[in-house]
Design a binder for this molecule. Structure first.
Ligand code: SAH
Ligand code: DHB
Ligand code: MG
Length: 222
C-alpha cells in the first residue's frame, strides 16, 4: 500500500461523500495563496470532526491551532444556533487569513480567534473562568500537546471530548527513543492519559492524503 492509493481513496470519498464546497475550497485556496503550509486536516478528517461534534451535541468548541481556519469551519458548522467556538493561533498573519476565511464561510459571528502562544491563551481562558467546553481540538505545535492537554482537562465539561490530531507521526509514536520532538510529545501525552483516572481514551491510526498518522479521542468522565 502506498501514498498514491491512500490519496486516491481520499479523493473517492471526497467525491462521493463531501462534494464541492465553496467555503472550504476557498479557505484552502486563500491559505495557499497567503503562503500557509498545506497541513490542515483533510476533508474526510474535517467531516469526522464535524460528525463527532454533532453526535456529541456540541455547543461550545475550543480549538488549539487555527492555521487558515479549515478545521475551524468544519467544527463551527456543527454548532447549533447560539453555539460558539474559540480558536487559538500563534501567528497573527495566519489568524488574519483564518478570520477572512471564516467571514467568507458566514461563520464569523460564532467564532472568536485569539492570537498568541496557546499555553498563555489557555491559562487566560482558565483564569477568566471560560468554558466549560464540550469539545476541544488540539492541533498546534506537537511537542506541547501534553501541556495543552493539562489545560484542556481544566476547561472541559464532564462528558466533554478532547481530540488530538497528529499523534502517530508515521509510526514514531511507538519508538521509545524517537528523536522526533512531536512524537516525544505524543508519547508524553499518552503517559498522561495512562495515568489519568478521569478520562477514557483511544488512539486510531490513519492513512490518507496526509500520509500515515492518527488521532486520539479522549472522553472526560468527571
Ligand atoms: N487546525 C488546523 C491546522 C493547524 S496547523 C486545520 O486542521 O485546519 C498548526 C497551527 O498551530 C499552525 O497554524 C501554527 O502556527 C499553530 N501554532 C504553532 N505553535 C503554536 C503555539 N505555541 N500557540 C498557538 N498556535 C501555535
Ligand atoms: C503537520 C500536520 C498537521 O496536521 C499539523 O497539525 C501540523 C503539522 C505536518 O505534517 O507537518
Ligand atoms: Mg493537524
Amino acid at each position: 500500500m502506498t501514498q498514491q492509493i491512500w490519496t486516491a481513496v481520499d479523493e473517492y470519498v471526497e467525491e462521493k461523500l463531501i462534494g464541492p464546497d465553496d467555503a472550504l475550497e476557498q479557505a484552502l485556496r486563500a491559505s495557499a495563496a497567503a503562503g500557509l503550509p498545506p497541513i490542515a486536516v483533510s476533508p474526510a478528517q474535517g467531516k469526522l470532526l464535524y460528525l463527532l461534534a454533532r453526535v456529541h451535541g456540541t455547543r461550545t468548541v475550543l480549538e488549539v491551532g487555527t492555521l487558515g481556519g479549515y478545521s475551524t469551519i468544519w467544527l463551527a458548522r456543527a454548532l447549533p444556533a447560539g453555539g460558539s467556538l474559540v480558536s487559538l493561533e500563534l501567528n497573527p498573519a495566519y489568524a488574519d487569513v483564518a478570520q477572512s476565511n471564516l467571514a467568507h464561510a458566514g461563520l464569523a459571528d460564532r467564532v472568536q480567534l485569539r492570537v498568541g502562544a496557546a499555553i498563555e491563551s489557555l491559562r487566560t481562558l482558565v483564569a477568566e473562568g471560560a468554558g466549560p467546553f464540550d469539545l476541544i481540538f488540539l492541533d498546534a505545535d506537537k511537542p506541547s500537546t501534553p501541556e495543552y492537554f493539562e489545560q484542556a482537562l481544566q476547561l472541559s465539561r464532564p462528558g466533554g471530548l478532547i481530540i488530538s490530531d497528529n499523534v502517530v507521526r508515521g509510526g514514531a509514536l511507538a519508538e521509545q527513543d524517537t528523536e522526533d520532538a512531536g512524537a516525544r510529545g505524543m508519547r508524553r501525552f499518552h503517559d498522561m492519559l495512562a495515568a489519568e483516572p478521569r478520562i477514557t481514551a483511544t488512539t486510531i491510526q490513519t492513512v490518507g492524503r496526509k500520509g500515515y498518522d492518527g488521532f486520539t479521542v479522549v472522553l472526560v468522565e468527571s
